[in-house]
Design a binder for this molecule. Structure first.
Ligand SMILES: Nc1nc2c(c(=O)[nH]1)N[C@H]1C(S)=C(S)[C@@H](COP(=O)(O)OP(=O)(O)OC[C@H]3O[C@@H](n4cnc5c(=O)[nH]c(N)nc54)[C@H](O)[C@@H]3O)O[C@H]1N2
Ligand SMILES: Nc1nc2c(c(=O)[nH]1)N[C@H]1C(S)=C(S)[C@@H](COP(=O)(O)OP(=O)(O)OC[C@H]3O[C@@H](n4cnc5c(=O)[nH]c(N)nc54)[C@H](O)[C@@H]3O)O[C@H]1N2
Ligand SMILES: [Mo]
Length: 766
């Protein structure tokens, strides 16, 4: 895209008229088959379909419009009237499509027929479903199961996910990486040893009882806008909200509820954050240590003066381990170290600590700004430490609240999509289906990439997603992907991963969640789990984009049946014709979590899975919640010291869902026209001798023999801390070395990539 960048810092509140205008624009652009009125009636409503955008909780009593600007955009994009038919593929060679930007690929519309890549013509050509499944089955049978990978993006329903994971295990591997590996895997690794749960402990109703909210590295206005409603309600009760984010994200500043006519007309926004701390990228460990230091000082003073303690001493004694070591570590950390690494002042951090100390019940929210760092696990565990100091786990109005990404990413793990065998009830599966499940841990996303680079991957099945575009090290990955023997992509729209073909490639089109899924037993229901462990049902309402589409459960069932020997205990065909039977099977495998699954799935607001930490029962080795003692002050690979090395944050615009680009307007940051921009501090730009809005080049500052460099970015003066810069994902993924991932969780470290910035004098290569 050679469009000029327009940049005018956005000063309007989030929500309000801006979001209403944006909705109308996207609805018209897509010629969407659903109208605003239909969205009103069905979107996130009992008896309707669950939004395919974020995983935020759905309230039991939905408002008239239980959708946000971005959820509605996601639906308009799903139910677009545009189509990529076989005629489209007859017109465009794959090598031609590879030059199309992400936006143009998906904007071409919904896939309508199963396709197979033909090398001779370099085109995707139609294939019958029967032939596709027969060939895929035959090829998989010929493969060594451990040399194959079944990837999942976080949208697939619980029913599909359960069947897909079972397929993998019956076939013979645990290679079940999913988008979570690039996302909240850090959470799944950090929380079990400290709290005995891999997921957050907060329920939506806790927001009604909290008296302090603290947020790290999450962009609510864009990525979980419906969360602004409970935040706004909390602000109306005067609850303080403390935000840590290098960027001043508008969603954390001001909000007008577009569903509140009085607020809309009077144009008086609700102020969301009451404190905004622009921490350096990867400086949160230091910031949280500063807050802990502040809390200890307040507690010391309270004790000396005989006042009520600041720490929840009885909670710490009864429910936790490791406080003494933690206390010693914090006291040994100097304010100089803390302020240097965080970029924040002692006064600011003490201010945050004072607000936190005054609260009876604190909710801690976080997103990718904590998880996607080298020490992401330490980040999350340090946040747990803060909560434990005040006893803010397992009490009404308090808890830890990781904001999950995809709408069912959390649920997929619950029903077996994971490479980590200890998270799966393998013995229960063995009994239920009379087989010996593979016991060896499988490959996660980064390990899958490593195997691709070695040329050792024989087959890759992708249940949704855009794997090659979402992972780091794009250039190398794309160049080696051609060696993958079989690539099967189950998708709704065309994306770049479909164009980086393997030796044999299939593109299999499927329904979206808002479409009617009719099987021989009638219209089907699917289920998913939201960010707060509540499980909901979803019923499609719109006519499918094409008569040729199969549902995801049907595709998985038919692929499995074509690959595996018959097993009367695994009735693939019956499952695909009646998903209630799959729910019964899920209940049998997970009797506690899914008790009376079919009967309870329609409960308004969803039914919560039981979570011991909510009851202050700690499923940890020690039987208690554990303080941890992360030694570092910075979570980055960049160790500081070289002022010309920046920490690059790769993030989302308001006009995208991951690699699906809806347009070129990041309205809430005031940036439009192009996504090839880099936001940096004005003083840094001047020091480097760069022009405002001049073209710059980013070069990864690591010494590993690989050159990673991209030109064609427009430099924008932006309000963020010195030494930090920001640009969009997925464009920047070519800059991220594959080996830069979070220790322990292997989540790619996409939030502080060490880069140098120089003037781009040559031709652009973006
Ligand atoms: N509309 C829309 N909704 C989405 C998505 C989407 O693309 N579009 N994606 C979905 C998915 S899969 C996910 S995982 C979530 C992602 O939602 P978020 O977790 O909000 O992810 P990002 O957009 O990557 O932004 C992370 C935020 O962290 C901040 N940040 C970066 N580095 C640091 C740091 O070191 N410290 C701190 N404190 N902050 C930092 C950034 O400035 C940014 O505001 O959203 C989900 N919802
Ligand atoms: N640099 C950098 N990289 C990142 C991130 C970052 O912040 N920075 N974030 C990471 C995160 S948090 C995530 S979750 C991953 C996302 O990685 P993925 O989940 O793999 O990618 P998506 O962009 O969500 O996938 C979009 C594609 O899914 C398909 N699709 C959409 N709906 C459906 C459906 O209902 N069924 C099926 N079968 N297919 C469907 C469409 O074809 C669409 O093109 O990216 C990660 N990569
Ligand atoms: Mo994500």
């Amino acid at each position: 895209m050679k469009t000029r960048v327009r940049f005018k810092p956005y000063t309007q509140p989030v929500g309000g008229w801006g979001s209403i205008k944006s909705l109308a624009y996207h609805s018209a652009q897509q010629g969407a088959v659903a109208s605003n009125a239909e969205l009103l009636a069905h979107h996130n409503k009992p008896g309707g379909y669950m939004c395919t955008s974020c995983a935020w909780a759905k309230p039991g009593k939905p408002s008239i419009a239980e959708f946000c600007e971005n959820g509605a955009k996601a639906t308009f994009w799903d139910v677009t009237s545009k189509r990529t038919t076989p005629e489209f593929f007859a017109k465009h060679r794959v090598s031609e499509l590879l030059n199309w930007p992400d936006f143009d690929l998906e904007n071409a519309g919904r896939l309508t027929a199963p396709l197979r890549y033909e090398k001779a013509t370099d085109k995707y050509v139609p294939v019958s479903w029967e032939d596709a499944f027969a060939d895929i089955g035959a090829r998989l049978k010929a493969c060594e199961p451990e040399r194959t990978v079944f990837y999942t993006s976080g949208r697939a329903a619980l029913e599909t996910s359960y069947m897909y994971a079972l397929f993998a295990r019956l076939y013979g591997h645990n290679n079940l990486p999913d988008s979570s590996n690039m996302c909240h895997e850090t959470t799944s690794v950090a929380l079990p040893p400290t709290l005995g749960t891999p997921v957050g402990t907060v329920l939506l109703e806790d927001f009604e009882h909290t008296d302090c909210i603290i947020s790290f590295g999450q962009n609510v206005g864009t990525n979980a806008p419906r969360m602004l409603h409970p935040l706004q309600d909390a602000r109306k009760r005067n609850v303080p909200i403390i935000v840590f984010n290098p960027l001043r994200e508008r969603g954390w500043e001001e909000f007008i509820n577009p569903q509140d006519p009085a607020q809309l007309l009077s144009n008086t926004p609700t102020q969301i954050a009451t404190q905004y701390h622009q921490v350096r990228a990867a400086g949160d460990l230091a910031a949280m240590k500063g807050m802990a230091k502040g809390l200890l000082a307040l507690d010391d003073a309270a004790r000396e003066q005989g006042h009520a303690r600041i720490l929840d001493v009885s909670f710490i004694e009864e429910h936790t381990n490791g406080f003494a070591a933690f206390d010693a570590m914090i006291r040994a950390t100097s304010w100089d170290e803390i302020t240097n690494s965080s970029g924040l002042t002692q006064a600011n951090l003490e201010g945050a600590a004072a607000t936190f100390a005054n609260a009876r019940a604190v909710i801690a929210i976080y997103g990718m700004g904590l998880t996607q760092h080298r020490l992401g696990v330490d980040n999350v565990q340090m946040l747990v430490n803060l909560l434990l100091m005040g006893g803010h786990i397992g009490k009404r109005g308090a808890g830890i609240c990781p904001v999950r990404g995809h709408s069912n990413v959390q649920g997929q793990r619950t029903v077996g999509i994971t490479e980590k065998t200890k998270l799966v009830p393998l013995d229960a599966l063995a009994r239920q289906y009379n087989f010996s499940p593979p016991r060896k841990d499988g490959m996660n996303t980064v390990e899958t990439c490593e195997v691709v680079l070695k040329g050792e991957l024989d087959a890759f099945i992708s249940l949704g997603g855009n794997f090659i575009r979402a992972v780091p090290e794009r250039e190398l990955m794309e160049s080696r992907w051609r060696d993958v023997g079989l690539s099967v992509q189950i998708a709704t729209k065309l994306n770049r991963s479909h164009l980086i073909t393997g030796a044999t490639s299939y593109l299999l089109p499927t329904l979206v969640r808002s479409e009617i899924d009719r099987q021989s037993s009638g219209p089907q229901i699917v289920t998913m789990e939201d960010s707060t462990t509540c499980i909901h049902s979803s019923r499609g309402k719109f006519k499918p984009a094409s008569d040729m589409l199969l549902s995801e459960p049907a595709i998985v069932a038919r692929m499995a049946a074509a690959t595996l020997p018959d097993n009367p205990l695994v009735p693939w065909r019956e499952w695909a014709s009646n998903y209630a039977l799959v729910r019964d099977a899920i209940e049998q495998t997970y009797p506690k979590e899914f008790r009376q699954f079919n009967a309870r799935m329609d409960r308004s607001g969803g039914f919560p899975r039981p979570l011991p930490a909510r009851e202050r029962q700690w499923a940890t080795e020690s039987g208690k919640a554990n303080f941890s003692t992360p030694a570092a002050l910075s979570a980055s690979f960049d160790l500081g010291g070289d002022p010309d090395v920046f920490r690059l944050i790769t993030l989302r615009s308001n006009d995208q869902f991951n690699t699906t680009i809806y347009g070129y307007s990041d309205r809430l940051r005031g940036i439009s026209g192009s996504r090839m921009v880099v936001m940096l501090n004005r003083a840094d730009r001047v020091r480097l001798g760069l022009r405002h809005q001049g073209l710059v080049r980013l070069t990864t500052a690591v010494d590993d023999g690989v050159t990673r460099s991209m030109g064609g970015f427009t430099a924008l003066d932006y309000d963020l801390p010195p030494g930090t810069c920001a640009a969009y994902y997925p464009e920047c993924n070519a800059l991220i070395p594959l080996w830069q991932f979070a220790e322990q969780s292997k989540t790619p470290a996409a939030k502080s990539v060490p880069v140098r910035i120089s003037a781009d004098t040559g031709a652009t290569d973006a």
